[in-house]
Design a protein around this ligand. Structure first.
Ligand SMILES: NC(=O)c1ccc[n+]([C@@H]2O[C@H](COP(=O)([O-])OP(=O)(O)OC[C@H]3O[C@@H](n4cnc5c(N)ncnc54)[C@H](OP(=O)(O)O)[C@@H]3O)[C@@H](O)[C@H]2O)c1
Length: 272
């Protein structure tokens, strides 16, 4: 295999035992990076590791819940123990939810912030010293639901929005250390079987697999992450509808609200 764009680099991708995280890890490995996979379920993680080992042998998997400080430290510690450096950290862990605000168990907010925010904060704090040494990339995976609050997604939208505040703060704080910070707004994406979401009562429910028109592939998200890192871009908004939404929300927020209200049922049905 000829040397890839990320030969010699070490990348950690949180939540990479399936879905978008696994697609990102695979692409980085294909471009030569040593990759550190992560997830909580050891069997799923082992199966992802086996898949990536077919590319090269610089693959490590660490079973850890990154929404806890210990989990973040364990992941980063194991990566450093095996590879001695970290060049890229992709904070991909996150879970979504369903249900209008009026019917929500307040604990849904806790789980959204634990997974989507604490899940990005713990590994990032642990990895910063090493990222400073390598002048590496710290990337946050957010959602189009982080551009404006969406119906049925209040807790998820607010958690994903807060990733922007975190990314903006770190970008300034770490400027003198040369760390690249990226924030990627992912649109409606296909998912692997078994994906779960948090229901209004706080329980986990499986969601139907998605594919077809208007659904972006996991590989296209991975390519966007690749570009964001290669070009050291700050903000990337994915999908044509996402780009349009970002512009419209900035200049015509009331029109966006009107469009959503006019299509509310269709909108909520699609989110299921
Ligand atoms: N799919 C979409 O349409 C879409 C749209 C916009 C944004 N996004 C964002 O993209 C990211 C990935 O989404 P996805 O659809 O690929 O999700 P997914 O299929 O549910 O995969 C999530 C991955 O994260 C792991 N994980 C979950 N919680 C974890 C934790 N606390 N610690 C460690 N690992 C954990 C899961 O494995 P275990 O369960 O075994 O831990 C799994 O490997 C999320 O941040 C999501 O919000 C997705």
């Amino acid at each position: 295999m000829k040397p890839g764009r990320f030969e010699g680099k070490v990348a950690i991708v949180t939540g990479s035992s399936r879905g978008i995280g696994k697609a990102i890890a695979r692409l980085l490995a294909e471009h030569g990076a040593a990759v550190v996979l992560n997830g909580r379920n050891p069997e799923r993680l082992a199966s992802a590791e086996k898949e990536l080992l077919a590319i090269h042998d610089r693959v490590l998997s660490v079973s850890a819940d990154v929404s806890t400080p210990e989990g973040g430290q364990l992941l980063v510690g194991k990566a450093l123990e095996r590879f001695g450096r970290i060049d890229i950290l992709i904070n991909n862990v996150g879970v979504s939810m369903r249900g209008r605000f009026a019917g929500l168990d307040p604990g849904v907010f806790d789980s959204m912030f634990k997974s989507n925010v604490a899940g990005a904060v713990s590994p990032s704090i642990a990895a910063l010293p090493s990222l400073r040494e390598t002048k590496g990339s710290l990337v946050f995976i957010t959602s189009l639901a982080g551009i404006r609050g969406l119906p049925g997604l209040s807790a998820y939208s607010s958690a994903k929005m807060s990733l922007r505040a975190i990314a903006e703060s770190i970008r300034i704080e770490e400027k003198s250390h040369g760390i690249h910070v990226g924030l990627i707004y992912v649109g409606y994406t296909e998912n692997e079987a078994g994906k779960e979401t948090v229901a209004a009562d706080g329980s986990l429910v499986k969601i139907a697999p998605r594919s077809g028109k208007g659904v972006q592939t996991m590989e296209s998200v991975a390519r966007a992450v690749f570009k964001t890192i290669s070009r050291r871009k700050f903000i990337s908004v994915l999908t044509p509808i996402g780009k349009l939404n970002a512009v419209m929300q900035r200049f015509f927020p009331r029109l966006v609200e009107w469009i959503i209200l006019a299509n509310l049922e269709k909108f909520e049905e699609r989110s299921k």
